[in-house]
Design a binder for this molecule. Structure first.
Ligand code: KG4
Ligand code: ZN
Length: 327
């Protein structure tokens, strides 16, 4: 079995995965959404302190598995350096205490493998990762053959939802809050410009849209009824931007197996629009189970199985968290 730890942002999670059967034997996550909500975003130092409290509590519950552990896996990058270090320190301690190898997992690869929890992999696949930290399109052939073909030049898709929610004083995380508000709004009421619509680049950008929304929120003033229309129009344009860039990409790279992963892949409107886009190509859309879209340790454990089989271990001395780990 492998014990896996995730602490790259505001979720403390530990999983136990069976190497042979890929079965998820234990998974527990303690989220810090309420604690960060008043600030409208994640406060790194507060997050680190909450991880230091939550992770040992969860670890206490998996002690019975210790004699059966063959390795310990941990998210080592990208993420907030001060929170990554909490998980990494715990993983190193377990590796030393139980004399088992340490596996260093990339969080983004983890999101890709959230598609395959308790399942076999299904590569090659084109994967759109939409999370709070990243918006990127990848061509994935295998664990070690991952090519990034497009990414955001500034904010990410999920982050733009968080920022719009903060402007409206709604709390954090903004994705589900904006999605809910948008349901009763008019998507066409605000004609926000689609980011990079005239650019031939296959890249993403959300800072311009965010500023346009800021203006609309400030003009709406106290008229919070308009917030529904702003939320709906924002969600529509934020999604349209992804669709337009994917359409461009598909002109030369016909999709076959396509997946959306990451916290924001839970967005229903986005899922629907991507489904429509893929239909004429006869391409199949793969999605993670809803409970594994956002950060979790089950996906880290799933990657770790593959890495364990390939003996991709890291020495305890080598694994170090620096500010660079954020990238
Ligand atoms: O993957 P994730 O849990 O953490 C990162 O790796 O960043 O993604 C969290 C992000 C947040 O920005 C959150 O607002 C966004 O995913 N999100 C959504 C939805 N649910 C979560 N964005 C849009 N619509 C949603 N339903
Ligand atoms: Zn994530």
């Amino acid at each position: 079995m492998i014990l896996s730890i995730e602490s790259s942002c505001d979720d403390s999670a530990i999983a136990i995965t069976d190497i042979e059967t890929k079965q998820l034997l234990f998974h527990k996550k303690i989220s810090q959404e309420i604690e960060h909500s008043v600030y409208g975003g994640v406060v790194p130092e507060l997050a680190a302190r909450l991880h230091a409290e939550a992770l040992p509590k969860i670890l206490e519950q998996v002690k019975e598995y210790f004699p059966k552990l063959k390795a310990v896996a941990v998210t080592a990058s990208p993420g907030l350096a001060v929170t990554l270090i909490e998980g990494v320190t715990m993983a190193k301690a377990i590796a030393v205490a139980l004399n088992i190898p340490l596996i260093e997992v990339n969080h983004l690869v983890g999101h890709i493998y959230s598609l395959f929890i308790e399942k076999e992999t299904n590569f090659p696949m084109s994967v759109l990762l939409v999370s709070g930290g990243h918006t990127q399109l990848m061509e994935v052939k295998s664990l070690t053959q991952i090519e990034t073909v497009a990414k955001s030049m500034d904010d990410s898709f999920g982050e733009s939802f968080d920022k719009v929610a903060k402007m409206m004083g709604l709390g954090y995380p903004g994705g589900p809050l904006i999605e809910k508000l948008a349901k009763d709004g008019d998507r066409l009421k605000y004609n926000f410009t689609v980011p990079l619509h005239q650019s031939p680049l296959i890249a993403f950008s959300y800072s311009g849209l965010k500023n346009a929304v800021r203006l609309a929120v400030s003009e709406a003033g106290e008229d919070t009824v308009l917030y529904k229309d702003i939320a709906a129009s924002f969600e529509h344009i934020a999604t349209k931007h992804l669709i337009m860039k994917l359409k461009k990409y598909f002109k030369t790279n016909r999709p076959k197996n396509f997946a959306i992963v990451g916290g924001a892949s839970a967005n229903i409107y986005l899922r629907g629009e991507i489904k429509k886009l893929l239909a004429p190509f006869g391409a199949t859309l793969y999605l993670s189970e809803l409970k594994y879209c956002a950060d979790n340790a089950a996906m880290i454990g799933r990657v770790a199985i593959e890495m364990y089989e390939k003996q991709m271990f890291t020495s305890i001395v080598q694994l170090d968290i620096t500010p660079k780990s954020a990238i």
